[in-house]
Write a protein that binds this ligand. Structure first.
Ligand SMILES: C[S@@+](CC[C@H](N)C(=O)[O-])C[C@H]1O[C@@H](n2cnc3c(N)ncnc32)[C@H](O)[C@@H]1O
Length: 251
C-alpha cells in the first residue's frame, strides 16, 4: 500500500484540506446507473474510500453503502466523520473485496484506482457487480497553472519545466493518472463503457479571474483539476472555508 496513507497525521490533513466531494460527480454516477440498471439502488461500494469523502454523499441514494480501504488511519477518520446510519467501513484491499458475487449495484473509486493492482481489481469488480451494475472510476490529473500578479506566465513556465524534470522519476501510479486513466479504462472488462474528461473545466476556467476577484489576493498559487483545486493560501483558515464553500456552490 502507499505508505503515505497509513500515517495518522497525513489522514488528518487529508480530511481537513481536501476539497469536499463534487455533487456533480455523484449525480453522474447515479444517472449512469439509472440508465443502465435502474432502481432499486441497494448497495454501493466505495473502494479506497479514504476518509469517506465520496462515501457520505453517495449514502442517501442507496439502502446501504460500504467503504473499503487498506489504511486504518484513513478509515478511522471516515468512521468519526460519518453519521449516516446506512454506511459501514471495512479494512479490505480492492483486490479482494469481502462481498458476495452479484451483490453490488455500484462499485466506485474516487482518486484511488491508480493505486490498485488493475487486473485483480477488475476481476473483483466484475465478480461483485449485479447484472447491469456500474463501475465508476474517477480522478484528477495535475495541470499546473499559477496565477500571481503579472508574473503568472513566467511562474507557470518554471513549474512546468520543474515538473517535466520530476516526472522522469514518477512512479506507476502517477503514470496511470497522467495517461488519464487510459490503462484502467482499457482494462474495464465490460463491452459497454464510457470515458469522460474535463468534467468541470468550463466552469473552472472562470478561476482565471480569481486573481482579480474576491479571493484573488489570498491565492498565492492554485492548481486546477477535474473535480479539485489545490492552492497555497495566505489568509485565515476561516477565509479558506469561505473559499471552499464558494467553489462548492459554483460547481
Ligand atoms: C487519494 S486517497 C482517495 C480517498 C477517497 N476515495 C477520496 O476520494 O478522497 C486513496 C485511498 O486509496 C487507498 N488504497 C490504496 N491502495 C488500495 C488498495 N489496494 N485497496 C484498498 N484501498 C487502497 C488508500 O489507503 C487511500 O485511502
Amino acid at each position: 500500500m502507499a505508505l503515505i496513507f497509513s500515517d495518522t497525521e497525513y489522514s488528518a490533513h487529508y480530511q481537513k484540506y481536501m476539497l469536499p466531494a463534487s455533487e456533480k460527480m455523484v449525480q453522474m454516477m447515479l444517472s449512469y446507473l439509472i440508465t443502465k440498471k435502474g432502481k432499486p439502488f441497494e448497495l454501493a461500494v466505495d473502494v479506497g474510500c479514504g476518509t469517506g469523502r465520496y462515501t457520505r454523499p453517495v449514502a442517501p441514494h442507496f439502502e446501504k453503502v460500504i467503504g473499503l480501504d487498506i489504511s486504518e488511519s484513513q478509515l478511522n477518520k471516515a468512521r468519526r466523520s460519518t453519521s449516516e446510519k446506512n454506511v459501514l467501513y471495512h479494512t479490505s484491499p480492492a483486490e479482494e473485496m469481502p462481498l458476495k458475487d452479484a451483490s453490488v449495484d455500484l462499485v466506485f473509486a474516487g482518486l484511488a484506482a491508480h493505486w490498485f493492482i488493475i487486473d485483480k481489481f477488475m476481476q473483483e469488480a466484475a465478480r461483485v457487480l449485479k447484472p447491469g451494475g456500474c463501475l465508476a472510476l474517477h480522478a484528477f490529473i495535475p495541470i499546473f497553472e499559477i496565477q500571481y500578479q503579472d508574473v503568472s506566465e513566467t511562474l507557470t513556465a518554471i513549474i512546468t519545466e520543474t515538473m517535466n524534470v520530476l516526472f522522469k522519476y514518477r512512479d506507476k501510479t502517477s503514470d496511470v493518472m497522467n495517461n488519464q486513466y487510459r490503462e484502467l479504462f482499457e482494462a474495464v472488462p465490460f463491452a459497454d463503457k464510457q470515458s469522460y474528461a474535463n468534467i468541470f473545466m468550463g466552469r473552472w476556467k472562470e478561476a482565471y479571474n480569481w486573481a482579480h476577484g474576491p479571493f484573488g489576493a489570498n491565492l498565492v498559487l492554485w492548481k486546477r483539476y477535474i473535480d479539485d483545486v489545490l492552492c497555497v493560501w495566505r489568509a485565515s483558515e476561516e477565509d479558506l472555508v469561505k473559499f471552499k464553500d464558494y467553489l462548492n456552490t459554483n460547481n
